[in-house]
Design a protein around this ligand. Structure first.
Ligand code: PMP
Ligand code: GLN
Length: 364
């Protein structure tokens, strides 16, 4: 869709990446460490200073004490961490429960491990998980559940009742959890993110994955990490060692400094993106789209059923070619799309871009 947006010179609110740059201080630190000659392999599990900062962040945010050496591994993006966690867990014929709409890398990683993704479809406008339905989907082959909160693309955040229900099922059936928390620092309207790191019993069976790309506006650096209990991390590292071995050294050093010197960056991210959500929402208020509530992430969902009968893929093609705005159809995140007429807009863009895109959309 980004290629199509470029071809038609459309405003690109499709693929999830910031239009603005990563902080100047972070760029300077990256340049500094490279110029100083820190350009060789880092230890496979990560630069110790960054492992320490991640452990400190986990303690500060979720009141969990972990060993930086034994429980934190730095990866080349959250995508690598997800892939490695899945390879570490899943054996041929194992089943993994995935909630649709789902981030696109889960299913291929499960299949490459010889496993089977069991999809549970969540639908507009609430995308609420029915935990009884999850219980019914569990078989003696089920190995793990993948959750993602705040959720791309629905924007939903798990509530305490969800966490309780999830924990009960994991314990009853002895399952593992892969918790994709790449948008952990982007939660709106005063809500606090409920992490698998915030609950001892849940963490005991979890691989928790996050991404610096989302947090520091540097998606192109592909820097992420996984936090897991020591026993699980041993298995994770057996795979990580042969997938990438280690990640980009100057970026690890730069990120360690940023986390230490500017803790406010992480703390201010929710307010920063809530402003953008509100700019886009207000600018769309006079249009004919129905806005679904955005609880977190940097996405907003629009229901266009009052505007067009087209399916969502055709509607997005029309938008990019005829209206000049690129969006993502929700159906691409499903194994069996429910036929909702919903599209996703990314608001990690300059305010002026958001307002210009909304003006075009309001003409429909
Ligand atoms: N999970 C989700 C839900 C995402 O939206 C993304 C970002 N595209 C990722 C994982 C991957 O993050 P990274 O770019 O760090 O690999
Ligand atoms: N996470 C981003 C999105 O959902 C982009 C990642 C990608 O293009 N693979 O749009």
């Amino acid at each position: 869709m980004t290629a199509l947006a470029n071809e038609h010179q459309a405003l690109n609110l499709s693929q999830g990446f910031p239009e603005f740059d990563t902080p100047e201080a972070l760029k300077n630190k990256l340049n500094f460490y490279s110029a100083q000659g820190f350009n060789q392999y880092s230890p496979s599990s990560g630069v110790p200073a960054l492992q320490q900062q991640i452990a400190d962040l986990v303690l500060r945010k979720y009141a969990l004490t972990i060993s930086p050496e034994a429980s934190v591994t730095v990866t080349s993006g959250a995508t690598e961490a997800l892939y490695v966690a899945i390879q570490a867990l899943v054996s041929p014929d194992d089943e993994v429960i995935v909630f649709d709409p789902a981030y696109d890398s889960y299913q291929p990683a499960i299949e490459l491990a010889g496993g089977k993704a069991v999809h549970i479809a969540l639908t507009a406008p609430n995308y609420q998980i029915d935990w009884q339905q999850v219980a019914n989907a569990i078989t003696d082959k089920t190995k793990a559940i993948i959750i993602n909160s705040p959720h791309n693309p629905s924007t939903k955040t798990l509530k305490q009742t969800d966490i309780n229900a999830l924990k009960l099922l994991l314990e009853q059936h002895d399952l593992y959890l892969i918790s994709d928390e790449v948008y952990e620092h982007i939660c709106f309207d005063g809500a606090t993110h409920l992490s698998a790191l915030g609950d001892d019993a849940l963490f005991a069976r979890s691989f928790v994955v996050s991404s610096f790309g989302k947090t520091f506006h540097c998606t192109g650096w592909k820097m992420g990490y996984c936090v897991a209990p020591e026993k699980l991390m041993v298995e994770f590292r057996k795979i990580h060692q042969y997938v990438t071995f280690s990640s980009f050294t100057p970026a690890q050093l730069a990120l360690a400094d940023m986390l230490k010197e500017q803790p406010n960056h992480v703390d201010e991210l929710s307010a920063f993106y809530q402003h953008k959500r509100d700019v886009l929402s207000n600018a769309l208020a006079n249009g004919r789209f129905t806005l679904l509530p955005s609880e977190g992430t940097y996405f907003l969902l629009l229901d266009y059923s009052a505007i067009s009968e087209l399916d969502d893929v055709a509607f997005c093609e029309y938008l990019v070619k005829e209206v000049g705005v690129a969006a993502i159809p929700l159906s691409v995140f499903y194994e069996n799309a429910p036929g909702d007429r919903v599209i996703r807009l990314c608001f990690a863009k300059e305010d002026a871009t958001l307002i210009a895109a909304a003006e075009k959309l309001c003409q429909l």
